[in-house]
Design a protein around this ligand. Structure first.
Ligand code: AMP
Length: 582
């Protein structure tokens, strides 16, 4: 295919605004693309000659690009800088200058998609002495034979910023429409490969080929996700009376691919994090017995003194480009494996959980303190489950994940086959002081309420959370009717609030709210200085007056003890679940 066809489609995409309009342009382009070119066209449409999970860049910056444009156009660097200052986009600058020398194009071979693709793809491999100049020469050679529109998009592609507003997610519908396939099949193929270029090429060959796409070593698979369960009873009911219960760790989801000696670590968002955890690579290589294997797990940071996991934020500190070695010393990490997706080239995702877990246990030789298998029990007995939950919490972990014994690994899906069970720290009684209108289905009703706790010292009400979940449709309707009758234009005098609301209220009504964690909050957000994570409406406390609301001091006290509680002081008498709503 001529590159001109692609560049013209990119130009149209940049100008198009609506979803349908953009979709039609992509569909038209894909329909004109031959099967053997499909992957290249899709990659270039998405702006890079690699799938998104490959963390490669061309290594060409703005300054080098200015030089390449200067060489190709015969205009001085100064002129290019002036134009850049005026236009603000080097792609447009290249286009403008190419327009001024139309005659050159007549003598050169038209560019093909293949040539542009291969050239851009080769740039990262140009290394060593003189590589900067060689890269400039390679780009300017392309620009010399480019039409104005081609020049614009070559520049933008090399700089890694296509600016046409086509997100990867859009490809699902475009591919489905082009080849007349159900979007779910296209999506499923993407969940397994994380690469729309491969998916489009297979789709072009027919639904049979598309269905054959599967788990491939080196390509991250979208991780299977968990729904939240409200109670042990709910889990047992959904899972047929018996299930596997694993410790739920709070860290970073990591999918490990081992291909001979090469280890690659992908995050939940399919980014390659291998270079960030060099201290884990060797132990993982040793722990995994097969030559070629994909396993799933959670990476956690350990506090070596307390022998407890550190909060999730600590793991994130390891996510850095520089000072990796030092961070590795300060924040040691370990990985707990809980699933296996491929062994020696064969996908095992369609096998039931219980078989995958057996395989996992056979193929992993634990490296204590570095690579381990997540602890689990299989049971249908409520007291065993609660005991195991307590055990998990006493080790400083988050709770449990229940897994359906018969379930396959459902890539990219959040279904009821995995259910997470986390205790809510507690409930509090808070005063309603403001509200925001909802969106979509909730338009016209208040969709979330701003809640405050009382400051005992001053008697004022200070905000601590915004609560938008836990309401039934009926709750939302009734609450809106009620609060509409008492709404104020401005915050009530006795309330300290920084959040701008659609309506304000006198502190009169009390909500009981469950939450997972208390965090410190900047006073410009919540005037109470603390905030609740994952708040959930339980009910109105009609039996309580505002003066009886939970106080800021009480919430601070809960904040100070919450890690201790996570650390095992869970009261055996106290159910880890809030009182249900009946
Ligand atoms: P959440 O992030 O709250 O939706 O919980 C799901 C996440 O818990 C997964 O994506 C994993 O990162 C993490 N997790 C921790 N332990 C496990 C486990 N044993 N099985 C599955 N996921 C786990």
């Amino acid at each position: 295919m001529l590159y001109r066809v692609l560049a013209e489609a990119l130009e149209k995409l940049e100008q198009a605004s609506g979803y349908l309009e953009k979709n039609a342009i992509i569909v038209d382009l894909l329909k004109r693309t031959a099967v053997e070119e499909m992957d290249r066209v899709v990659y270039l449409l998405l702006g890079r000659p690699w799938p998104t999970y490959v963390s490669k860049e061309t290594g060409v910056g703005i300054q080098q690009m200015k030089k390449a444009i200067s060489t190709a156009s015969g205009h001085s660097l100064k002129e290019i800088e002036n134009l850049m200052a005026r236009i603000g986009d080097l792609g447009e600058v290249a286009k403008l200058l190419a327009e001024r020398r139309k005659q050159v194009v007549l003598f050169s071979e038209p560019l093909t998609v293949e040539k542009v693709f291969d050239r851009v793809k080769s740039l990262p491999d140009v290394t060593g002495e003189g590589s900067v100049d060689r890269k400039i020469a390679l780009i300017s050679e392309l620009l010399t034979s480019a039409t104005p529109i081609e020049a614009k998009f070559i520049v933008r592609t090399v700089l890694g910023d296509l600016r046409i507003g086509v997100a990867e997610g859009r490809m699902r519908d475009a591919i489905a429409a082009t080849f007349n396939l159900p979007p779910e099949i296209v999506e499923h193929a993407y969940m397994l490969t994380t690469d729309y270029a491969i998916v489009a090429k297979a789709a072009a060959q027919g639904v049979g080929t598309l269905r054959k796409l599967g788990v491939t070593l080196g390509h991250p698979v979208s991780p299977m996700l968990a729904q939240r369960a409200e109670s042990v009873d709910e889990i047992l009911e959904r899972m047929g009376g018996k299930a596997a219960f694993e410790i739920k760790l709070d860290g970073i989801r990591i999918q490990t691919h081992k291909n001979e000696d090469k280890i690659t670590l992908f995050t939940r968002r399919m980014e390659d994090y291998t270079s960030m955890f060099p201290d884990l690579v060797d132990p993982i290589r040793k722990a995994l017995n097969p030559k070629r294997v994909i396993v799933d797990g959670e990476l956690v940071a350990m506090d070596k003194d307390r022998q407890k996991p550190m909060p999730f934020q600590e793991v994130l500190k390891r996510r850095r480009k520089y000072g990796i070695e030092k961070a590795a010393e300060q924040i040691p990490i370990e990985i707990y494996l809980f699933d296996v997706l491929m062994v020696e080239g064969r996908s095992v995702i369609d096998k039931p959980y219980k078989e995958r877990r057996e395989i996992l246990e056979q193929i992993v030789t634990s490296v204590p303190g570095k690579v381990m298998i997540v602890e689990k029990i299989v049971t249908g007995k409520k007291e065993d489950i609660l005991k195991f939950l307590k055990h998990s919490l006493s080790l400083g972990h988050e709770g449990l994940v229940a897994k359906d014994l018969e379930s396959p690994y459902r890539a990219g899906r959040r279904e009821f086959l995995w259910l997470k069970l986390k205790p809510e720290v507690d409930t509090v009684d808070l005063v309603v002081v403001g509200a925001h209108y909802g969106k979509g289905k909730r338009a016209g009703t208040f969709g979330s309420y701003v809640l405050a706790a009382r400051d005992e010292k001053t008697g004022r009400y200070k905000t601590v959370t915004r609560c938008g979940s836990g309401y039934t449709d009926k709750d939302l309707k009734e609450l809106t009717e009620f609060f509409n009758r008492i709404k104020l234009e401005k915050p009530s005098d006795e309330v300290d609030i920084e959040i701008e609301c659609d309506a304000y209220f006198k502190p009169e009504v009390i909500f009981e709210v469950a939450f997972e964690e208390i965090q410190l909050s900047p006073p410009e957000k919540h005037t109470g200085g603390v905030g609740l994570r994952f708040p959930r409406f339980i009910r109105i406390r009609e039996d309580r007056r505002p003066e009886e609301a939970t106080t800021i001091e009480e919430i601070m006290q809960m904040y100070r003890t919450q890690h201790g509680r996570k650390g095992g002081e869970l009261n055996a008498e106290r159910s880890p679940f809030p009182k249900g709503r009946g």
